[in-house]
Design a protein around this ligand. Structure first.
Ligand SMILES: Nc1ncnc2c1ncn2[C@@H]1O[C@H](COP(=O)(O)OP(=O)(O)OP(=O)(O)O)[C@@H](O)[C@H]1O
Length: 222
């Protein structure tokens, strides 16, 4: 589903990482750990085509990202990807249900009843049942985190990229969110790359890798 080969990234001429290799098959869950600032979010952004790589190759769902135009990249993201951003990126002027339903609308779905059903299902799954009409500014950080997760999974993406999805959650809610991600991977056959500082979250993955400036390596306990 995802192949990263010899990835190189610089920011403003300064090296972030080089020599990053990663292959993730459908139905496989990989956690990426690493020191703060080593480039974990940057790696996810490169995989999503949100930041250009400076070298190496990324192949997502059989398509090589290099050389794809903005339009093709946007379509690939819409159709294949669910991204849980560290900073949520929940749209402030849309209510919770509209935020969660957005990926379905961007895919061209117009069956309002079907969209409402699926959004309701996601609200229940992340423990936000009844909060669909609330605006984001009335939610807590942990609730916003769960909106972001529901929105990333609503269209059953083939590849899930999750940047610290449990960072703002209490241990019980974090475990529920990890259940959702693991279910999406194992029951639905999605691939998942999870960036986290949480050893508990990483323990749910099939493989754990640690990002260093010169590549991704197996964790000591792996
Ligand atoms: N837009 C940018 N312009 C310049 N430098 C950047 C930019 N984004 C990130 N960086 C730098 O790239 C490096 C990697 O940042 P990144 O956010 O990917 O790290 P991270 O491993 O995800 O960190 P954390 O665990 O703290 O979230 C850092 O040194 C950061 O300062």
């Amino acid at each position: 589903m995802l192949e990263v080969r010899g990835l190189v990234k610089r920011h403003g001429g300064l090296p972030v990482f080089h020599g990053v290799d990663l292959a993730v098959a459908s139905g496989e869950f990989v956690a990426v750990l690493g020191e703060s600032g080593v480039g974990k979010s940057t790696l996810l952004n490169c995989i999503a085509g949100l930041e250009p790589a400076d070298g190496g190759e990324i192949v997502l769902a059989g398509q090589r990202l290099r050389g794809l135009g903005d339009e093709a990249l946007a379509r690939l993201r819409r159709e294949q990807l669910g991204f849980v951003f560290q900073a949520f990126h929940v749209l402030p002027h849309l209510d919770v249900a509209q935020n969660i339903g957005l990926p379905l609308r961007l895919l061209g779905r117009r069956d309002e009843a079907g969209i409402a059903d699926r959004v309701g299902q996601m609200l229940d799954q992340v423990g936000l049942g009844g909060l669909g009409t609330r605006l984001p500014q009335t939610l807590s950080g942990g609730q916003l985190q769960r909106v972001a997760i529901a929105r990333a999974l609503v269209h059953r993406p083939r590849l899930i990229l999750a940047d610290e999805p449990t960072g703002n959650l209490d241990p019980a809610t974090a475990a529920t969110v990890m259940d959702l991600l693991v279910d999406q991977v194992h029951a639905q056959g999605a691939a998942c790359v999870l960036v986290t500082h949480s050893r508990a979250a990483a323990a749910r993955a099939d493989r754990v890798r640690v990002l260093h400036t010169d590549g991704l390596r197996a964790a000591a306990a792996d």
